[in-house]
Every structure is written in structure tokens, then in C-alpha cells.
Design a protein around this ligand. Structure first.
Ligand code: 2F8
Ligand code: CA
Length: 246
């Protein structure tokens, strides 16, 4: 004889069996053995999907690598073009500078005492029929030389003393670079920027002294109406001379 508690436990157990049976019915009746096949399909599908993803990744990597190689190649050729252009530009610049020097020498042969200019470009000064540009900004010696060529002139080359004398009133107390530099192969030898040697000099007393072995360019000292050697990297104002055109 079961008591009420035992009966209700039995009922509950029967319910659980039933629901478990139902579950088996719905899950295993159709699945049963096929349950294993289904897992196999899922695994296969997973492998296929992963395979496809892997292939897509490989293709994308190959495409990206292809793009990278093309870009790298283009970048390298741009870089080499750039350096070729820079070399060409610097060669061209040297040629222009040399031509300006040759013109200056040629002009010296033509002009005995004075220049032949009737007018000068704006900001240039006419002195004894020559045109000169007295800069208002200061630059290194090398940059001053370039800037004079850009202005169709030459960093001041003076072949005769009377020309130097004609410039002092305009130079006044200022210091300016002139186109005179030591020959790098023989530092005791001074050369004008047109390549010609000194034909006269106006060195200040005790100059050129090559202070600290670092004074390879020449300046005019307006206050002393003479020349001094000083470091080429110093920044000074500069004087250009119109060479061929006025
Ligand atoms: O006393 C002359 C001497 O004066 C300066 O050096 C102290 C000049 N230096 C510069 O202008 C940088 C020297 O060139 C000059 O000889
Ligand atoms: Ca000096």
C-alpha cells in the first residue's frame, strides 16, 4: 500500500519517463542512427567553409602582395628619377654659373674703364655704367653666388682697383660677400667666381689670416674699405654684378 507521498513520486517518475520517451521520439526517431551522419555533415560543412575562407584569404593576400610589389616598384623608380633630376639640375646649375663667369671675362675684355649700361633693372644700382645689386638679406657665400646667377648676374668680381674704389661710397659701413674664394686644391690661392686669379687685392692689414683654418671666402669691410677672409657659412649681405645684360 503506497502512501500519498510515494504515489506522487511514482507519478512524477512516470511523467519524467514519458517526457524522456517523447524526447527520444522526436530527437532519435528521425535521427536515431542518422544523428551520427548529421554530425559528419556538419564537420564536412565546417571543413569546406574553412577551406573556402582559407582560399579567399590566399587570393586576397596574393592580390595585396601584387599591389604592394607594383607600388614598391613605382616608388623605387620615382626615387631614382628624382635623384637623376637633382643631378641634372645641379649639372645645369654649374653650367649656367660657368657661362656667367665666361661672360664676365669676355665683358672685361670689352669694357676698358666703364660699363655700357644706360639703365639697370629695378632694385639694381648703376655705378659707372655698370649695374650692381646690393642685397638686403644675408646668405651664406655659396647661396649668395646662386642668388646672383638667378638674378642674371654674378657674385661681385672686381678686376680693377678703380672699380672697387667706385663701390665704396655705396658699400658705406656695411660688410658684403664678394665673389672671391680660396682654391680648394691650394688654399693659399684666391680665385674669382669666374675662375680668374687675383689681378689686384685690397686685403685689410693682417688678412687673409684664415682664422681657425676656416676662412675660405672673402668679404668687403665697408668701415675699413678693405677685404677680409671669413667662414663661408657665415651669413652676410652680398653684391651681384650684372654681367651681360643691364
Ligand atoms: O681681427 C681680425 C679678425 O676678426 C674676426 O675674428 C675675430 C674675423 N672673424 C669673422 O669675421 C668671423 C676674422 O676673419 C678676422 O681676421
Ligand atoms: Ca680673416
Amino acid at each position: 500500500m503506497q502512501n500519498l507521498y510515494e504515489r506522487s513520486l511514482d507519478d512524477a517518475s512516470t511523467d519524467m519517463d514519458l517526457s524522456s520517451h517523447n524526447l527520444n521520439e522526436t530527437y532519435f526517431s528521425h535521427a536515431g542512427e542518422p544523428r551520427k551522419v548529421s554530425r559528419g555533415w556538419m564537420a564536412l560543412a565546417l571543413v569546406v567553409t574553412l577551406g573556402i575562407i582559407l582560399i579567399i584569404l590566399c587570393i586576397l593576400t596574393a592580390i595585396l602582395f601584387g599591389h604592394y610589389s607594383t607600388l614598391h616598384h613605382e616608388f623605387s623608380s620615382l626615387k631614382s628619377n628624382d635623384s637623376e633630376m637633382k643631378n641634372g639640375y645641379s649639372e645645369l646649375w654649374k653650367s649656367v654659373s660657368n657661362i656667367m663667369g665666361d661672360l664676365s671675362k669676355l665683358k672685361d675684355k670689352v669694357d676698358i674703364t666703364e660699363g655700357s649700361c644706360k639703365t639697370c633693372p629695378p632694385a639694381w644700382k648703376m655705378i659707372k655704367s655698370n649695374c650692381y645689386y646690393f642685397s638686403s638679406s644675408s646668405q651664406t657665400w655659396e647661396r649668395s653666388k646662386e642668388l646672383c646667377v638667378e638674378r642674371n648676374g654674378i657674385l661681385l668680381v672686381i678686376k680693377k682697383e678703380f672699380e672697387m674704389i667706385s663701390l665704396w661710397p655705396t658699400i658705406r659701413q656695411q660688410r658684403y660677400w664678394i665673389g672671391l674664394k680660396r682654391n680648394p686644391e691650394n688654399i693659399d690661392q684666391w680665385e674669382w667666381t669666374d675662375g680668374s686669379p687675383l689681378t689686384f687685392s685690397a686685403w685689410n692689414e693682417g688678412e687673409p689670416n684664415n682664422d681657425r683654418d676656416n676662412e675660405h671666402c672673402a668679404e668687403v669691410l665697408g668701415g675699413r674699405q678693405s677685404w677680409n677672409d671669413c667662414p663661408c657659412n657665415n651669413k652676410l649681405n652680398y653684391i651681384c654684378k650684372g654681367v651681360w645684360t643691364c
